[in-house]
Design a protein around this ligand. Structure first.
Ligand SMILES: [Zn+2]
Length: 57
């Protein structure tokens, strides 16, 4: 079963793999933004937080 969500950044349809899991990070193939799966039911993605290299030294 193919799962699709709308990219919150550009509005394009993003196809999720069959075995998608919560907290999975995926890329929008249209705008290239990183998306995080925040919920499976209902299926919902949000922009993934920017990765911080400095974890507070
Ligand atoms: Zn996008």
């Amino acid at each position: 079963m193919v799962k699709k969500v709308e990219c919150p950044e550009c509005g394009s349809e993003v196809t999720l793999s069959d075995g998608v899991v919560e907290n999975e990070i995926l890329d929008c193939s249209t705008c290239g933004v990183e998306l995080e799966v925040v919920s499976l039911k209902p299926l919902k993605v949000e922009l993934a937080p920017e990765e911080e290299e400095d974890w507070g030294e």
